[in-house]
Design a protein around this ligand. Structure first.
Ligand code: ZN
Length: 321
């Protein structure tokens, strides 16, 4: 819904792109007497994690496909005294419930829609009466929520984490088609080589960074993967690891990279997830303090390391890094 003007809303002349004092270029009126500039600033939207009788209400907008549910949201209005009042107004309009703000959760950019989402936890009581924008709702126990990896889903995830709950990893069908995909947790997935087109699925599943351990001259490698990944707006790191000879230095660099990317959702791949599963196993045990048996389950689900890799793993474990 990236709506753009074609004509100046003030004087009706056709608009053109041009810089206003400094980059980036803006859509602006060519008539300097008019001076209209379409700044296209993000629009503030308020969102609520509505808690009702201990459960969270997710609702489906009438414009959305079946089975798509999300938080209660609405545009902040001019007459709202502040965003917290605006969110209570939306909850009342859309659910017919009086609520109170229990907590400010955070603000979340939603660039595709050019919105900034201001999210609150709202506790509400009473009988639910849907407003005209909504067609159905469901109530979900907090521990069973599966936050989607964009927009209001990020607010829901943060809300769950603050309550000590562990959000279930979100996967979609397109990302599940990537070979040897193994989702480790909410922030980390490992896999074999995606096709150039599948990086779209990686992004749509909410990953923000791609780390590739496959050397560029491998027969499995995707030509110019950096461009394919960056075209999706994802961050890309290439850390080639030679299959026959992984080194302590490779692992040290991998550890530093993972640390630098902590806080982002990371997708790590090689050819068939063998190198990656071994590196991620070591990283979890040595750097994150995950129990060996727990981390090993994810490793062995991918493969039983061969002689070279078993030796590499044992050496790193003995060396402690
Ligand atoms: Zn104009």
């Amino acid at each position: 819904m990236n709506q753009t003007f074609k004509f100046c809303p003030r004087c009706t002349k056709p608009l053109a792109m041009g810089e206003v004092d400094q980059p980036p270029p803006r859509l602006r009126c060519p008539d300097s007497n008019c001076g209209f500039v379409h700044w296209d600033n993000p629009v503030p939207v308020v969102a609520a994690v509505v808690e009702h009788e201990g459960q969270v209400i997710l609702a489906r907008n009438r414009m959305w496909p079946p089975k798509m549910f999300a938080l209660i949201t609405g545009f902040l209005e001019k007459d709202d005294p502040d965003p917290a009042s605006g969110v209570l107004r939306e909850v009342e309009e859309e659910l017919g419930l009086k609520g109170r703000v229990a907590e400010f959760i955070g603000h979340y950019p939603f660039q595709r829609m050019n919105q900034i989402i201001i999210a609150y936890h709202v506790v509400a009581a009473g009988e639910i009466v849907l407003g005209e924008e909504l067609v159905e709702y469901k109530k979900v126990a907090p521990e069973q929520l599966r936050p989607w990896p964009a927009a209001t889903g990020l607010a829901l995830r943060d809300w769950m984490i603050r309550r000590g709950l562990t959000p279930q990893p979100f996967e979609n069908e397109a990302v599940k088609a990537i070979p040897q995909l193994r989702v480790i947790d909410d922030r980390l997935a490992t896999a074999g080589q995606p096709s150039a087109e599948q990086f779209w699925a990686v992004r749509s599943a909410g990953y923000q960074t791609v780390i590739n351990l496959l050397p560029a001259d491998s027969q499995w490698a995707v030509a110019d993967e950096a461009a394919a990944v960056e075209a999706q707006g994802l961050r890309y790191h290439h850390l080639p690891v030679v299959w026959e000879a992984p080194t302590a230095d490779d692992f040290a660099r991998f550890g530093a990279l993972m640390q630098a990317e902590a806080g982002r959702r990371v997708f790590v791949h090689c050819a068939v997830n063998k190198r990656v599963s071994a590196f991620v196993f070591l990283y979890r045990v040595l750097r994150l303090g995950v129990a060996r048996e727990v981390a090993e389950r994810d490793l062995l689900a991918v493969w039983q390391p061969d002689e070279v890799w078993s030796r590499f793993i044992e050496e790193r474990l003995r060396a402690g890094g």
